[in-house]
Design a protein around this ligand. Structure first.
Ligand SMILES: Cc1cc2nc3c(=O)[nH]c(=O)nc-3n(C[C@H](O)[C@H](O)[C@H](O)COP(=O)(O)OP(=O)(O)OC[C@H]3O[C@@H](n4cnc5c(N)ncnc54)[C@H](O)[C@@H]3O)c2cc1C
Length: 560
């Protein structure tokens, strides 16, 4: 059933067993796991079924520290959540996303990374990753190169084994953004309340039991969702913000008794403009494994280079991956990179930054641009990038290409001073927006420096060719993968939620999403978000109806 909040009489109380706030991959997979259970489930979603400009403003905030994108960028309020923004071309005219599980070492306490370590292991999460594959519309749970190699297309051979190949899989976004009738229409126990924005989490007088969520429709008329259990699934930034905004009984916000909410905020900075020049150009005919391309059953995969676990330990590195894109002569020039940055901004309807710098680069590099224009006129200007593959199908690759660009996603070390707080500006509901302090620390930079040395040696020792890295340790601060603001740790001094994703000190409040990750590895977060949602659903089902609804005299609309 769907209820538009505009039709709810102001002041009404809606009563349910479980209220999931947010309908992105975290909220929707939870609802899918709980459909047809004995619980009455309400999904409270700020957006509706179409994008609305006014909602974008609710994601506004400010940033301080190193340059970092405004949080309105890369978040989306609509049923299906931020998946509505996914743009990887996965074949068959479909858009989607890249998925992979975190590696086993990412869950460990790594001595060289302060505050690392999950209370779970990869083995604990494996069964849930397998379930997450189905939610995400993916194929078999297989991420090793060997699972996808063919007779002629093998992983690159590295002599000392310091670099290995694993794969990303790709899935269509419509499992989140279009095909949700199973939850919104067919599940008798699930109700989606759309265009309803959560404003505050309310507790009983003791402050240890949540009574429900105070919410408002777009005309600012309020209603209350009374629930036995509440799960925040609003995305990393909003999960922390709502806890901080809920100050009626907890002066510093709910779950924030040790000042942990909002801290340890991380992203996956990106490093591109790194070049691998092969010694032998025939390599372009043997590296299809690294292209984004459809495999068996129509599922798309793409190989990536990562450091072996042994190397990460020995060299004390943070995790990172390298994706490879073949380039023609002139495409790695500064002039073309400036042209590309501006074109990308225009395509995404963003204002390009550093326009003067880009203009100077393009004027200086006119010969390179002319060369590329020549390729374009011959119909041979090939530029695969992070959201587009397909180069492996081309003829004459060894003649066409001369270099690979290496594109990297970097793990940040958790740092308590990187944090989300409430800022001075207010949103349209009169609530403080977020202020994000973000830095790529000296520790992060040192890890990149060392990784580059190891990688350069490994390519050279293996006789594959030479590698050259861009000057800066990262090119872009964000992959719009916000992580860590309500981290998981069984000690409330270091975590907001415990290993069951329950908020410390509160009996019936849970969190789903990348905000609970204690560390973020290098992989895109959604497969882990969905795996944790499956695990949380199991935990809730095991509890049955053990927590009674907090008594309240107000009349309630009871959901069927
Ligand atoms: C351009 C882009 C590309 C990406 N590509 C990938 C990729 O390839 N692979 C990958 O793994 N990840 C990718 N991501 C990240 C991915 O989108 C997130 O990991 C994922 O959406 C997180 O799911 P979520 O449900 O936790 O949060 P979201 O998807 O952000 O959903 C949160 C939901 O909560 C709702 N909400 C927020 N505040 C409130 C409130 N106050 N009251 C009620 N509802 C509220 C929002 O409207 C939204 O529907 C990408 C992100 C972007 C922007």
């Amino acid at each position: 059933m769907i209820i538009d909040s505009a039709t709810i009489t102001p002041g009404s109380v809606i009563e349910t067993d479980i209220c999931i706030v947010g309908s992105g991959p975290a909220g929707l997979s939870l609802a899918r796991e709980l459909k047809n259970s004995s619980y009455k489930v309400a999904i409270l979603e700020s957006g509706g079924f179409k994008p609305r400009r006014a909602l974008k403003k609710l994601n506004e905030g400010t940033t301080v520290g190193d340059p970092y994108p405004n949080p309105r960028w890369g978040r989306h309020r609509q049923f299906g959540g931020t998946a509505n923004r996914w743009l990887v071309e996965i074949g068959g005219h479909k858009l989607g996303a890249r998925y992979a599980p975190l590696d086993a070492i990412d869950f460990e306490k790594r001595d060289w990374i302060p505050f690392s370590g999950w209370p779970l292991s990869r083995a604990d999460l494996d069964p849930f990753y397998e379930r997450a594959q189905r939610h995400c519309g993916l194929g078999r749970y297989a991420y090793d190169a060997a699972d996808w190699e063919t007779e002629t297309q093998k992983a690159l051979p590295f002599k000392d084994g310091r670099l290995i190949t694993t794969v990303f899989q790709f899935g269509a976004k419509d499992v989140w953004t279009n095909h949700f009738e199973d939850v919104t229409q067919q599940a008798a126990n699930v109700t989606a309340i759309v265009n309803g924005t959560a404003l505050e989490i309310e507790t009983d007088d003791g402050g240890t039991n949540i009574t429900g969520i105070r919410a408002a429709n777009p005309d600012h008329q309020q209603f209350f969702v009374r629930a036995k259990r509440v799960i925040l699934a609003m995305g990393c930034i909003e999960n922390a913000r709502l806890l901080l905004l809920s100050r009626r009984k907890h002066a510093n916000g709910i779950g924030n008794q040790h000042d942990v909410v909002g801290r340890y905020f991380m992203d996956h900075p990106q490093s591109y403009l790194n070049v691998f020049t092969p010694g032998d150009r025939s390599i372009f005919n043997r590296t299809d494994l690294y292209d984004l391309r459809p495999m068996d059953g129509g599922y798309a995969v793409m190989g990536e280079l990562v450091f072996s676990e042994e190397t990460l330990r020995k060299e004390q590195l943070q995790s990172m991956c390298f994706v490879m894109f073949p380039r023609r002569d002139g495409f790695m020039s500064k002039a073309f990179q400036s042209f590309f940055d501006i074109s990308l901004a225009v395509v995404h309807r963003q204002r390009p930054s550093g326009l003067v710098h880009h203009a100077v680069q393009m004027i200086k590099g006119t010969p390179d641009l002319m060369k590329i224009a020549g390729y374009a006129l011959q119909g041979k200007a090939v530029y695969p990038y992070i959201s587009r593959g397909g180069w492996s199908k081309m003829q004459d690759k060894a003649q066409l290409f001369n270099q690979f660009e290496l594109f990297s996603l970097l793990e940040q070390a958790p740092d308590p001073s990187n944090r989300i707080t409430l800022g001075d500006h207010l949103d349209s509901y009169g609530q403080p927006q977020v202020k994000i302090y973000w830095r790529f620390t000296e520790r992060d930079q040192e890890s990149v420096r060392r990784a580059r040395e190891v990688m350069t040696q490994e390519f050279a020792n293996s006789g594959l060719g030479s590698v050259e890295f861009s000057e800066a340790s990262y090119t872009s601060p964000s992959s719009v993968h916000p992580i860590g603001s309500t981290r998981m740790n069984n000690d409330p001094h270091y975590g907001v939620v415990d290993e069951n994703c329950k908020v410390h000190g509160i009996s019936n409040l849970y969190i789903a999403g990348s905000s609970v990750f204690p560390t973020g590895g290098y992989v895109n977060p959604t497969l882990t978000v969905v795996a944790l949602a499956c695990r949380l659903a199991d935990h809730l089902k095991q509890q049955a109806h053990s927590i009674p609804t907090v008594a309240d005299a107000a009349p309630a609309i009871t959901l069927s």
